[in-house]
Design a protein around this ligand. Structure first.
Ligand code: ZN
Ligand code: ZN
Ligand code: ZN
Length: 364
């Protein structure tokens, strides 16, 4: 894909992706402008042994646009300037206006007991389409392939930065998850450390690799393929299933059938099959209750700290928040305080519910 860098008037970058080269003129281009440093910090919790990001500037959001204003739509002539001043693009990526992590941040004041450090990293917003009404589920296969290309590019570019140890691609979808902007978009966080959940996975998978000389994810793939009952949808290159140990009733994972550790390892054919599988799965979700299905979608990939992670295996996880059509699952005392999830449904029965909605092409 072709891409074009722009600099917004406040110093943030905007990257536009196109299938074909473009000669369009840029309404806003301030390549010389530098954004001002932000005093975000990471504070270490010695009790739980984990980092907490503190980004106080996120509170002072002073931007009050009109009710019908969508900052992710392309700027219309004579109207409010949105995040995207151009009409002609397939996927757009820009720096979050209120980032939790940024390359340009000041060193925090040190303490003689507590540990803290600057929150160096990057927070990007990925706009899937210029179409305000679209969703990932109803984009065309070609449009999803374009998005996958953009994800690959961001993984490679952010991951190559010295201070970035982990590139995290995700999407929060639906009001139930707290998303107020319906315009189809996801996010990318480039962390200066490996976050705890991927780290726990990496530890377990490496342990399995050392003990059995096999990939734990490849083993799970083999189990699920034999068992069949938890599979939602599959094709030649990917398998979507509800794990035996799902925390959420409709928690669905997508594993690549080939043992690779990052999205950049996929060939052209696999990207096409990933686009097809994503669309097929989201279609199952939306058809379940004939209404848009909210979810958190996230990618777990190898860290970008330069070490060897050949034992790891690319996958995508979906956490839909519903238990039943009208009941949401909340993280209450046991989940929030003990880290133990209670799931009141079985993976096998929920997979069957979702499987009923698969269209012919992707039937198991
Ligand atoms: Zn919009
Ligand atoms: Zn594997
Ligand atoms: Zn995972």
């Amino acid at each position: 894909m072709y891409k074009q860098y722009l600099r917004k008037s406040d110093g943030r970058y905007l990257i536009l992706y196109w299938q074909k080269p473009t000669t369009v003129s840029l309404l806003e281009n301030n390549l010389g402008v530098e954004s001002s440093p932000i005093n975000n910090e990471l504070r270490w919790n010695p009790v739980l042994e984990e980092w907490v990001g503190v980004a106080t500037q996120r509170q002072s959001r002073t931007f009050f646009p009109p009710d019908n204003f969508c900052p992710l739509c392309v700027t219309k002539e004579g109207e409010f300037i949105t995040e995207i001043p151009l009409a002609n693009y397939e996927v757009a990526v820009f720096q979050n206006k209120f980032p939790a992590f940024t390359a340009n941040c000041v060193e925090p004041i040190k303490d003689d007991f507590y540990l803290n450090t600057s929150a160096q990293g990057e927070c990007e917003v990925v706009v899937y389409s210029p179409d305000h009404q679209a969703t990932l589920a109803n984009l065309s296969i070609l449009e999803i392939e374009n998005l996958i290309e953009a994800w690959k590019d961001r993984f490679a570019e952010l991951g190559a930065q010295e201070h970035v140890k982990y590139v995290y691609i995700f999407e929060n979808k639906g009001r139930e998850i707290g998303v107020t902007l319906p315009h189809p978009h996801g996010q990318i966080y480039a962390f200066p450390f490996i976050p705890p959940i991927p780290e726990r996975e990496l530890r377990a998978v490496e342990k399995h690799w050392v003990k059995y000389q096999e990939c734990l994810f490849c083993k799970i793939l083999e189990k699920e393929t034999t068992h069949q009952e938890r599979i939602v949808i599959e094709n030649e290159a990917f398998l979507a299933f509800i794990p035996f140990y799902a925390r959420w009733p409709y928690e669905t994972h997508i594993y690549s059938k080939r043992h690779v550790s990052a999205i950049t390892d996929f060939n052209f054919k696999e990207c096409n099959l990933l686009a097809r599988l994503l669309k097929g799965l989201l279609d199952c979700f939306d058809k379940l209750w004939q209404k848009p299905f909210p979810y958190i979608m996230l990618m777990h990939q190898r860290p970008t700290d330069g070490k060897n992670y050949d034992f790891y295996h690319f996958h995508i996880e979906f956490y839909p928040p519903y238990r039943t059509q009208d009941k949401l699952k909340y993280l209450a005392g046991v989940e929030a305080g003990c880290g133990v999830f209670l799931n009141d449904s079985q993976a096998e029965e929920k997979a069957k519910e979702l499987r009923k909605n698969t269209s012919g092409e992707n039937m198991v």
